[in-house]
Design a protein. Structure first.
Length: 129
């Protein structure tokens, strides 16, 4: 997968690529530090508010999953908002089950930090080929 053209001077693009690498490397601190103090990380069925909660859930995930691979397909950025389309893969350590999911993520920024990260996850289309 060819990564979309990035703009390293754009703090929104930089934050998204940093988030990608934080997940791949299992770095909960790096991911949480991208958020405002009261930032929200929203995934289906769960809302995590504040850096500590975001750090904790990211660290917990990293302890139970490995081999995370994220391929960014598209980033659309305007003003203080971005939409990201990426494909996520990981392995559950306990079961060995590999998960592949297509994500659309809406990200709101405030002073170059993430105010809200909202994921829409499709775990069925990827398996259809």
């Amino acid at each position: 997968m060819v990564e979309p053209e990035s703009n390293p001077s754009n703090p929104i693009y930089a934050a998204i690529y940093t988030a990608q690498q934080a997940w791949v490397n299992g770095n909960a601190d790096e991911f949480a530090d991208l958020f405002t103090e009261t930032g929200e990380f929203v995934v289906p069925g769960h809302v995590y508010r504040g850096r500590d909660a975001i750090r904790d859930v990211t660290a917990e995930f990293s302890q139970t999953h490995n081999n995370v691979q994220i391929d960014i397909h598209r980033i659309i950025s305007e003003g203080s908002q971005a939409v990201v389309e990426w494909q996520w893969q990981d392995t559950d350590i306990a079961s060995g089950k590999r998960t592949v999911a297509d994500d659309a993520i809406v990200v709101d920024f405030e002073a170059d930090l993430i105010k809200r990260w909202r994921e829409y996850i499709d775990a069925t289309s990827s398996s259809l080929g």
